[in-house]
Ligand binder design. Structure first.
Ligand code: NA7
Length: 545
């Protein structure tokens, strides 16, 4: 970790040194702008720096969850597993930082506390928790969508005599759970990954489940040499093809037809094929699983039958069946032995809908019908997603308007890239872009490339102020909402809808039309002279930073 001297001013300030921030530094150097970065963590990696709980893995295949911007990087990196573990992904981020010497302009262990725009000079002033101040002409928030964990919100935690941890801030040193009674709260992706591992190590594991989730076997293993050879044969074509898909990954098991257009036998056979392949195929194998109620019910029934088959105790199996939201409308989880974990004698499943948590006591967790003695409590309770990390930056735009106020009724953004009233501020994977609905490495590269091109476009024409127009933003928001309303996603109480954070406006946070369609739309907007964006000149060049 280095504590860099912060320059007083720079062309572009990049917040975050995860995959988005790292690539932004690389890209900005390429167009000749000076860039500096702040990163709250002591080193690079973002999500993969913090989420180091046992079992943490990516749910996108490693060969696709890779940068595509550098053929040399593609050539000199080898993934060991189909779905890489957190340590391997973090090593990859570190390798990228080393290879392109990206750390030299990033102040680590430094959190941004305030960002304010000055109309008179078209510049941003950024403040950090170390008391530093820096001015920049352009500000890029590359803060990640899942970087602000929800605080543990269960009363009595301060009285707990044991230890408690969050999956999203797991310690660097190994956590010894041998001989311990461990409780896990939360059965989203993080819980579903950590639970099977903790079950193998702890004396007893108690899983506190509020909402059962749909999970499919990841079927992890070494990277498939045939697939690797196929990808390496023509990286550029592979990554270009990925960008032309809905999810930013190859649709490898995909009939392209409605689940209702085939016979029940054929439907079952295709679901089995997808289940046996891993990845998100089970959600993509038919084209209407998240839009057509009957198709969706067929997908749900298929997973329910699998759970009933894997879990030996019928009452436990019943508790694990997701029934309160449509199949696939909360992020599907990929697991390794999750449901089978509940066949162990040393694992207990507590259904919080039947017996809610009342409080944490000195000795464990008290639900409405029992005391559960514990030595360690693990919170896998999720994040204030997408908007939370942006709002935490303390952003005030033109005329001093706070982003928090501008978004009081829900986020407004044009393409997830810029916000009207906040000139020269760019967001990577901001609200109303595909973000987590597609392969994040693809969406990151697309956004960063776009931002760099947009800044270069302005600079070459002598402009120093870029802003999304309010009317364009409003119609984009409408389009995004209309698309979401045509699906079943809006029926779930999910973090996609902001429903997991008390008081958060209920808005579907992503563009659901697919990465391919989104990229086409954005390209058309650029061809149309950056339609919906206003470029202007505030200061003559000699007066600029
Ligand atoms: P998620 O998917 O938001 O899951 C959080 C889990 O924690 C979920 O089961 C929640 O139940 C549960 N939760 C949250 N707060 C509470 C309280 N107060 N009491 C009991 N249970 C609670 O977060 P993850 O970290 O697992 O995954 C986030 C993303 O990371 C994932 O989608 C992948 O993209 C990677 P609920 O469903 O709200 O009833």
């Amino acid at each position: 970790m280095s504590l860099l001297k912060v320059p007083p001013q720079v062309d572009v300030l990049v917040i975050g040194a995860g995959f988005a921030g790292l690539y932004a530094h690389y890209k900005l150097r390429g167009i000749g702008l000076t860039a500096f970065g702040f990163e709250a963590a002591p080193d690079v990696g973002g999500t993969w720096y913090w989420n180091r709980y046992p079992g943490a893995r990516c749910d996108v295949e490693s060969l696709d969850y890779s940068y595509s911007f550098s053929p040399e990087l593609l050539d000199d990196w080898r993934w060991s597993e189909r779905f890489a573990t957190q340590p391997e992904i973090l090593r990859y981020a570190e390798h990228v930082a080393d290879r392109f010497d990206l750390r030299r302009d990033i102040a680590f262990a430094t959190r941004v506390t305030a960002c304010s725009y000055d109309d008179a000079t078209a510049t941003w002033t950024i403040r950090s928790d170390r008391g530093e101040t820096i001015r920049c002409r352009y500000l890029i928030a590359a803060v990640g969508g899942l970087s602000l964990p929800k605080p543990p919100e269960i009363p009595g935690l301060e009285n707990f005599a044991g230890r408690w941890l969050q999956t999203s801030a797991w310690p660097h040193e190994p956590v010894d759970v041998a001989g311990k009674r461990v409780g896990v709260i939360g059965t989203g992706s993080s819980g579903i990954q950590v639970i099977p591992i903790l079950a193998q190590q702890a004396a007893h594991l108690t899983v506190f489940q509020r909402t059962p989730n749909y999970s499919v076997p990841a079927l992890n293993g070494p990277v498939d040499p045939a697939y690797e050879a196929h990808v390496r044969a023509d990286y550029t074509a592979h990554h270009r093809a990925n960008r032309q898909t809905k999810g930013g990954v190859p649709a490898r098991i995909n009939t392209g037809v409605s689940a209702m257009s085939v016979t029940p036998e054929e439907r079952q056979a295709q679901f089995e094929k997808a289940w046996g392949f891993g990845t998100f195929s089970l959600q993509a194998v038919f084209n209407d699983l998240t839009t057509h109620p009957k198709s969706n019910a067929a997908g749900a029934a298929f997973v329910h039958a699998k759970i009933r088959k894997i879990v030996k105790d019928p009452a436990t199996a019943d508790k694990l069946l997701p029934k309160t939201f449509p199949f696939g409308t909360k992020r599907l989880c990929l697991d390794t032995g999750y449901y089978a974990t509940f066949n162990r004698d040393d694992v207990t499943l507590v259904d919080l809908r039947a017996s809610p948590i009342e409080r944490i006591t000195a000795s464990g967790i008290r639900t409405s019908d029992a005391d559960h003695p514990l030595d360690l409590i693990v919170f896998a309770t999720g994040f204030d997603a997408v908007t939370g990390p942006l709002l935490a930056l303390g952003i005030a735009g033109a005329n001093g308007v706070a982003l928090r106020d501008a978004w009081a009724d829900g986020p407004q953004s044009y393409l997830g890239l810029m916000v009207a009233g906040f000139p020269n501020l760019f967001t990577v994977n901001g609200p109303s872009s595909p973000s987590v609905l597609a392969n994040m490495l693809q969406t990151i590269e697309h956004h960063v490339d776009w931002i760099a091109d947009c800044i270069a476009h302005a600079e070459h024409r002598g402009f120093d102020r870029i802003e999304a127009r309010a009317d364009a933003q409003t119609s984009w928001a409408q389009e995004v909402a209309d698309m979401a309303d045509k699906t079943l996603y809006t029926k779930a109480e999910s973090w996609y809808m902001g429903a997991n954070v008390p008081g958060k406006p209920r808005v579907f946070l992503m563009y659901i039309g697919g990465l391919d369609r989104y990229v086409d739309r954005v390209e058309a907007i650029v061809r149309d002279g950056y339609a919906g964006f206003a470029f202007s000149r505030v200061r003559v060049p000699e007066e600029r930073l």
